[in-house]
Ligand binder design. Sequence first.
Ligand code: M6R
Length: 609
Amino acid sequence: MCGIVGAVAQRNITPILLEGLKRLEYRGYDSCGVALHVDGALQRSRSTSRVADLEKQVDETGLKGFTGIAHTRWATHGAPASHNAHPHFSPSSDNARIALVHNGIIENHDELRAELTALGYVFQSQTDTEVIAHLVDHMYNGDLFDTVQQAVKRLHGAYAIAVFAREEPHRVVAARQGSPLIVGVGQGENFVASDAMALAGTSDQIIYLEEGDVVDLQLGKVWIVDVNGKSVEREVKTVHAHTGAAELGPYRHYMQKEIFEQPRVIGDTLEGITGVMPELFGDGAYKVFKEIDRVLILACGTSYYAGSTAKYWIESIAKVPVNVEIASEYRYRDSVPDPRTLVVTISQSGETADTLAALKHARALGMEHTLTICNVATSAMVRECKLAYITRAGVEVGVASTKAFTTQLAALFLLALTLAQVNGRLTDEEEAAHLKAMRHLPSAITSVLALEPQIIAWADEFARKENALFLGRGLHYPIALEGALKLKEISYIHAEAYPAGELKHGPLALVTEEMPVVTIAPNDTLIEKLKSNMQEVRARGGQLFVFADVDSRITSGDGVHVIRMPEHYGQLSPILHVVSLQLLAYHSALARGTDVDKPRNLAKSVTVE
Ligand code: M6R
């Protein structure tokens, strides 16, 4: 999703801006651009290709400067075309006084566009961003900092912006509301970016701007005013952000690498855990866990499926009622708040706009006990929640989440055990048995990864299909949903998941010989029921592709293809089964020749609503 980098310095900042964009590439984008102050004028370069292409263009034109901004765009308003790429200029390309980049969505852009058009501004793009550029130009009073403070009062919606003016060559002004933005403080130079990773290697002195902040960046000065226009000091933190994606090594794609990293990152996530202790979730967690009667989980996409799995664990092990809500729905519906609720957000990035907004909504309803399960320690989500468990999946580059999901599951299982312990529902023997099973996960996942050759054979067949069904029951229903999401995200095969018992209530109508039906068949209490559901599929000619536990007594036969899971894993079984589904999706996509790590239309970090 969109990314911002800006700088004001006494050296050529083009390499810093481009390097920052490269570090933000993992978020997903469809165009990019850079603008600089050059000899009293504003100049820019934009591309609908990769940042590497932009870099080539910049090298060819020799674009250099001391003050500038850069952007990766993920299209919302207007197609991914060069004229829609940021930075946007105002009043026009030939006579640019203002250059601006923006993340987020301006909801009143139509109204502002009409107003600015009536004032004579001619729009070059379909974006909501160009509206802000013209608005700033129209309101410009010779002091960009003051102008931006006035201009943002006219904006409704979410934004992080960075802007500079032709008349003020050593100044970049930035502002945020609803979209993240950070400042990197340097020696006689300052930077702004949408996350600290963009500035890795440039500045580790980071200020996290708060909602409504406007910041004035000059060579030796960082001046921040809050939403009320009052001067404020914000803490400068030393942040050792990751320096970007690791090397691919022997793998063809980051997704494949990340699937194979799962034994290690699960081990890292659980490292040092010698017992179930509330403090693993942060200081004061015991008191919070004691005070709550229920859990509300808020998340999107794959993280939502992690939450859906956790519902089974928490209700069964800790006997605490759990409600799992899709963040983008929860924030807009009337719900019945209970202050004795533990609000748990789950997010790989910690930047997902819908999840952040849902969290704020829950807090506004009086639910103050907040915990996040998050993979990025420096993210907005971690800062906004009282308690946090940081998964240690490492940087996840592939848009399709894999290792972040399984580490979330490990953390959520630990949460279920902890709530059980706090409520006096976990004996020492049970605790020891669960922890033993968790510690064995890395080696159990390694055995699942060894199934890759068998899964590749299935994937060749899947690659020729346009539809697939995924079935699971109980704990494994959310895993079926996750398997279907993985397949559709990267292979573009239409896939739906159902609790197997629901098949006969409608989806069975879809089953023909052309329909592969992936079935997750752990040897649990529902296995006999599941076998009946499989018969329903076979009777209609459907082809079953079954991941069956070693002791489930399901065998290959006519129209029934079985891959045997190495071991039966009880309550932690979803963590193993999902790995085989990740491999199936990966190899199906590979066989179809799609862009596995950057599937069409998707972004890694969804920072707009
Ligand atoms: O960073 P988050 O976990 O908050 O992201 C939530 C979803 O956008 C994300 O899981 C998305 O569904 C992935 N592309 C799934 O592979």
